[in-house]
Design a protein around this ligand. Structure first.
Ligand code: ADP
Length: 331
């Protein structure tokens, strides 16, 4: 009923619609219409009501709302199925269950908050109310080597989305932290599920620090939020829509075989290329020039004229300036 009222209100393109006509169309009482409108206002919809004219929809909520998110969604394959929860332990874990039940390509799961969000290697990912905590199930037409590149594609989609919507100086810190002025604003966790020899299913978890203040996160994290940067709340539904659109574009481009395009876009957003960086692998420290990445996502480090490759699972990258040496260094 709620969605039907929203459909009616939005179809009038800003004109007033009488409560009577809504009640007739939906075969409910005027009081029931009034109650639904009140609920919608409580949910953040701005609806003007005038005694003689009726109601008109002025704006949709900033915070996550299924109808508002789907209303102007411009994707063809992503988000055909959308699950939006008040709270989940982890959207990636929920997706794993959905995959076991045969969920299809493009299914999206969003939680308004996560209680057990995680990053790589089970590090915890703090996910308070106000952020965008989203996972997408992908079953792309790609072989396993190519599927792994989708985390790079996601970094590009995120970087492009944040730049285009908010004009902020975001960059990608290899392998896939999304950073503004050295502070993490979003993270990506790609997990391949299922049998290695069947259709490869990838769960892409994306977390964006949106409408909450920096101090909602642990003080020791080098993190920032969109609210802190922009000094206002952003429309999380618009953010989700645009992100999914950009992601769909990136998936199609990889499926069309354009790895070079991905590499170019990724490099365009990457931080630290051409600079001296430090790579830590277990207890070893490597210092060299960050030359870029290979098609498979490996980082290329030039040490004394020799190139070394590092894959993201095993190492962490730091720029020389924020490295405080407290361990023995190899170079
Ligand atoms: P990395 O590879 O950079 O260690 P992950 O992508 O695995 O990171 O993300 C987990 C790490 O991100 C955590 O160990 C923590 O340091 C940091 N972190 C956790 N929650 C947030 C958040 N909401 N915003 C920014 N950083 C966070």
């Amino acid at each position: 009923m709620r969605n039907k009222i929203l459909d009616i209100l939005s179809s009038s393109q800003g004109e007033f619609i009488s409560g009577e006509s809504i009640s007739e169309t939906l075969e409910i009482t005027r009081a029931a219409v009034w109650k639904q409108i009140k609920n919608l206002k409580d949910a953040g919809y701005v609806i003007e009501g005038q005694t003689k004219k009726g109601y008109r929809l002025l704006s949709t909520p900033c915070f996550l709302d299924q109808w508002a998110l789907k209303k102007e969604l411009r994707t063809n394959t992503l988000c055909k199925e959308l699950y939006l929860f008040e709270e989940l332990p982890s959207t990636n874990e929920y997706c794993k269950d959905l995959v076991r039940q045969g969920a299809s390509h493009g299914t999206v799961v969003i939680a308004k908050k996560q209680t057990q969000g995680h990053g790589r290697m089970q590090r915890s990912w703090e996910s308070p109310l106000g952020g965008l905590w989203l996972s997408v199930i992908l079953k792309p037409s790609l072989n396993l080597g190519e599927v792994a590149k989708l985390t790079l594609s996601t970094g590009v989609a995120l970087g492009e989305t944040l730049r285009q919507l908010y004009d902020i100086p975001v960059g990608i810190k290899w392998p896939n932290d999304i950073v503004v002025e050295g502070k993490k604003i979003a993270g990506i966790l790609g997990e391949v599920v299922g049998e290695w020899n069947t259709v490869h299913t990838l769960i892409l978890g994306i977390g964006i620090n949106g409408n909450f203040p920096r101090n909602a996160l642990s003080p020791d994290l080098p993190a920032t939020t969109l609210q802190d940067i922009l000094q206002k709340d952003i429309d999380l539904n618009l953010l989700a829509r645009e992100l999914l659109r950009q992601l769909e574009k990136e998936v199609s481009s990889l499926e069309a075989g354009d790895s070079q395009g991905l590499l170019r876009r990724w490099t365009g957003l990457a931080l630290g290329i051409g600079e001296e960086v430090i790579i830590q692998r277990a207890n070893q420290i490597f210092k060299g020039i960050f030359k870029g990445i290979r098609e498979n996502g490996e980082l290329i480090l030039e040490i004394d004229g020799q190139e070394m490759n590092f894959s993201s699972g095993e190492v962490s990258l730091r720029s020389e300036k924020d490295y405080s040496p407290n361990q023995s260094s190899r170079k």
